[in-house]
Design a protein around this ligand. Structure first.
Ligand code: PA5
Length: 446
């Protein structure tokens, strides 16, 4: 299908805080930052591999990935994807965005997520659910040493070893990990699992367009080539156009940087479609982990409207005034639902009869944006022309490029995550991992 449009960013309701003049005044700073990305002198410059991922659309690796995805689709009742953080959220964001919410109720939904938390009940119930099912497993970990996916993978392997012979089990396990190192890599080589590689120069939260995201997305039946095409069109736009007013990624990055400097420290990503919920989760990781360091950074939050207008809506309208909002909207929904006439107009809603439900939702969005603006919550809107793989690819790349630019504008390294180590060290010590004895004493006083 031909795609001629692009994602757009509308900053009309940022006025009083950010306007075109303010954006243009930031252009020299943006030029400096872009130059440091292009000539690879920026902080974290060994993690810029994500810039090139959209251009790898016809590689041998992708052909192999399609083959494996087709095999899973043909043979498996379920694909269990084991991973956390960047090794989980991108695939889930895309699959949820592109799926019908009710796929879960029928056999078409083959993807199950595991290893993204440590709940005993979740793991127990999942094992019960796959008891008589034919499952493939995609275990995903760049480091190959992360505790959550590592420990549940061990549990699943142990559970399945009495149900499937060793050779068949190994044939149904696909490891997505580092090319050369890590416990998962070594195990995959020893056990002869099939493997896909996460490039060294791509960090977890920037890995949705590597096999980390692409294999589950393809196995769920979605068009990864269109996803990459969309990402490529945005990457090309970012290569060709450095003008802060014409490049949606730069408009977005610059606007939020200016808002932050005016004490708008919390950004709420709000959508009017539950399919966007996990795009919000993916975005929160991308922005929270990239920017939240050295005592700086916008706190990323997300809501789904109109649901959350009946809960968080009160706070957004009248609570602390340190918020701004970014709406993600879709111009054309896949389906049409018309509101019927009700004889006698007993519910008083006949004024809506004949309208498409999307029109009602659109006016809910407009009403919300105007109300929040009036309540001193400046807001901007990112519009996707359609809800499909191509425009999702554009959105993924746009957000990645924007966070690189806005993180560098803030003066931090957007590509590392030193802060996520603290809880891990404590957990290892408390669990009695060898080598952590001193920290255990410190934490427990024993
Ligand atoms: O963005 C990141 O680097 C992290 O969120 C990781 O993706 C997450 O910690 C999982 O790491 P790994 O893929 O090494 O298991």
């Amino acid at each position: 299908m031909k795609h001629t449009d692009n994602i757009r960013v509308d900053i009309g309701l940022l006025k009083n805080y950010v306007d075109k003049k303010a954006l243009l005044a930031l252009q020299p700073e943006i030029d400096r930052v872009i130059k440091s990305i292009r000539n690879k002198t920026c902080a974290g410059n060994d993690f810029l591999g994500w810039l090139d991922l959209p251009f790898a659309g016809d590689s041998a690796e992708l052909r192999n990935l399609d083959k494996v995805a087709n095999e899973i689709r043909a043979n498996a009742d379920h694909l269990v994807c084991i991973g956390i953080g960047g090794s989980y959220l991108g695939a889930r964001a895309a699959i949820d965005f592109l799926s019908s919410p009710f796929d879960k109720l029928n056999r078409k939904n083959k993807i199950i997520y595991l290893g993204h938390q440590l709940s005993t009940d979740y793991v127990y119930d999942l094992l019960r659910m796959i008891k008589n099912k034919k499952v493939y497993i995609n275990v995903i970990s760049k480091s190959g040493t992360t505790t959550e996916p590592g420990v549940v993978f061990r549990i699943v392997l142990d559970y399945l070893k009495n149900k499937v012979d060793a050779k068949t089990l190994a044939e149904r396990i696909i490891a997505t990990t580092d090319a050369k190192k890590g416990a998962l890599h070594d195990m995959a080589v020893a056990e002869k699992y099939r493997m896909f590689v996460i490039p060294d120069n791509v960090g977890g939260r920037f890995s949705v367009l590597t096999p980390v995201g692409l294999l589950p997305i393809a196995a769920a039946g979605f068009d990864t080539h269109a996803l990459l095409e969309g990402a490529k069109s945005m990457a090309q736009l970012c290569r060709d156009n450095d003008n802060v007013l014409d490049n949606p990624a730069l408009t977005y990055a610059a606007a939020r940087y200016l808002l932050y400097n005016k004490n708008k420290e919390i950004e709420i990503l709000s959508a009017f479609d539950p399919g966007v919920q996990y795009v919000g989760e993916w975005w929160k990781q991308l922005y929270g982990e990239s920017e939240g360091k050295e005592g700086k950074g916008i706190f990323p939050a997300s809501t789904i409207f109109t649901t959350d207008l009946h809960s968080m809506g009160q706070y957004i309208q009248e609570g602390e005034r340190n918020l701004f909002e970014t709406f993600v909207t879709v111009k054309k929904m896949k389906r049409k639902v018309t509101i019927p006439e009700l004889a006698g107009n007993k519910d008083g809603m006949n004024y809506l009869a004949g309208m498409d439900l999307a029109q009602v939702n659109h006016q809910a969005y407009r009403g919300t944006a105007l109300a929040h603006f009036a309540g001193d919550v400046p807001n901007m809107t990112i519009t996707l022309p359609k809800k499909d793989e191509y425009y999702l690819g554009q959105l993924f790349f746009m957000f990645e490029y924007a966070v690189a630019v806005s993180g560098l504008l803030l003066g931090i390294n957007p590509f590392n995550q030193p802060g996520v180590e603290a809880y891990k060290q404590n957990m290892f010590a408390l669990l009695g991992k060898p080598g952590y004895e001193d920290l255990k004493k410190q934490l427990t006083g024993k």
